[in-house]
Design a protein around this ligand. Structure first.
Ligand code: ADP
Ligand code: MG
Length: 398
């Protein structure tokens, strides 16, 4: 379903509520990765350039007690945002009340304010996270139109997304949300073929619904990472000390039958004796994993098999690292596959959805090699599962 975007409405002179995802990692009060701020800039700049009055807000971390409030203030983010915009951002250190209302009333066209962490409201009965109707209604009353640009929280029903949308006449997608809808939603709806899905990460149990959904849509599903071992076990192989979910072996058997040859697991792996960056690296056929070793990366033949499928693909969707890429010695599989996908950039739509997979590609310096790297971890996972995300559903249809 096509959704309205910020281009479909007039913002000049309007009080524009903009829900962004500024849930950035902080270490001792310092932002360690500002990607989410950078990604939100196009929407904010557009509103300001068009003469709108921007009222920006986000959640940051979890807020369970007063100490969390001090740790998770958005003030440092407002400062960084103002540096990026080269414009003053009025920071309002509360989430409601006269101070906020006065600041909104004082905004002129082309000016911007940001108020405090929406989850400060969670101290009072989880009003934000549980979407208390009074809160969404209150925030909606502060603005004329609502722009949702927070894909990272689109899988949650919060007061600051669906709560506001339910109480305002116009809700549209910002540029970032639009991009996620077009690339993930659009690709799953209508992929160019062959469509190769690549799934990895730690556990089958985290990804069952993604596997099931992509098995329906993709032409080939390549599986690596920790979850591969539950499949190997289902095929009758011993997996040594590798990650194994015993209670998911039956499910893996069913998925293999259902897949009817669509699932490709390769046939060798890199192993080590310990879950340790320094452990010695061996190559093993999957039929002969020693009892005292664990699989920590896909093997060289498997890399080559996966690469063959990737080279012919017109669409690639990738979720989950193929090995323990955090250990340089076991990052070869994930890195080779990232390079291989980057190599088909000109002929295919290539998408990464998944927090750790995105982090891996960014760490390898290969982000430019992809059509789209999703900004949402949990949200992209649920989107790939084929679920309707409340934060997208609440946006007006075209
Ligand atoms: P994403 O965030 O991209 O969805 P996951 O959270 O599902 O990915 O999984 C990421 C984690 O999976 C990484 O920390 C990685 O170390 C781990 N992993 C990958 N392969 C293995 C393996 N063979 N054994 C143990 N852990 C693995
Ligand atoms: Mg993860």
């Amino acid at each position: 379903m096509a959704k309205k975007t910020i281009r479909d409405i007039q913002v000049k002179g309007k009080k524009v509520l903009i829900r962004v995802d500024f849930n950035v990692p902080l270490k001792n009060g310092v932002i360690t990765d500002e990607n989410r701020i950078v990604e939100a800039l196009p929407t904010i700049k557009y509103v300001l350039e068009q003469g709108g009055r921007a009222i920006v807000f986000s959640h940051l971390g979890r807020v369970k007690d007063e100490a969390d409030k001090a740790k998770n203030s958005l003030e440092v983010v407002a400062k960084r945002l103002s540096e990026h915009l080269k414009q003053h951002v009025v920071f309002v250190p509360v989430t409601r009340g006269k101070v906020l209302e006065d600041a909104v009333a004082n905004l002129k066209n082309g000016e911007i304010l940001m108020f405090e962490n929406t989850r400060f409201e969670d101290l009072d009965g989880n009003k934000e996270s549980k979407n208390h109707p009074e809160l969404g209604k209150y925030w909606a009353s502060l603005g004329d139109v609502f722009v949702n640009d927070a894909f990272g929280t689109a899988h949650r029903d919060a007061a600051s997304n669906v709560g506001i949308a339910a109480n305002i006449s116009s809700t549209v997608a910002g540029f970032l949300l639009e991009k996620e809808i077009n690339f993930i939603g659009g690709t799953l709806e209508n992929p160019k073929r062959p469509f190769v899905a690549i799934l990895g990460g730690a556990k089958v149990s985290d990804k069952i619904e993604v596997i099931q959904n992509l098995l329906k849509i993709a032409d080939k599903v390549l599986i690596g990472g920790g979850m591969a071992f539950t499949f190997f076990k289902a095929m009758g192989y011993e997996v040594g000390k590798s990650l194994l979910e015993v209670d998911k072996v039956e499910l893996a058997k069913e998925l293999l039958i259902q897949a009817n040859g669509k699932i490709e697991l390769g046939d060798d792996i890199y192993t080590g004796k310990a879950f340790d960056a320094e452990t010695k690296k061996n190559v093993r056929n999957i039929q002969s994993i020693p009892a005292d070793e664990m699989g920590l990366d896909i093997g060289p033949r498997t890399i080559a098999i996966f690469e063959k499928f990737i080279q012919e693909a017109k669409t690639v969707v990738w979720n989950g690292p193929l090995g323990v890429f955090e250990f340089p010695r076991f990052s070869e599989g994930t890195k080779s596959i990232a390079l291989s996908i980057a190599g088909i950039k000109n002929q295919a739509t290539t998408i990464i959805g998944g927090g750790d997979s995105a982090a891996a590609v960014i760490q390898f310096g290969l982000s430019d090699g992809f059509t789209h790297i999703s900004t949402g971890g949990g949200a992209s996972l649920e989107y790939l599962e084929g679920k309707v995300l409340p934060g997208i559903q609440c946006v007006d249809d075209k």
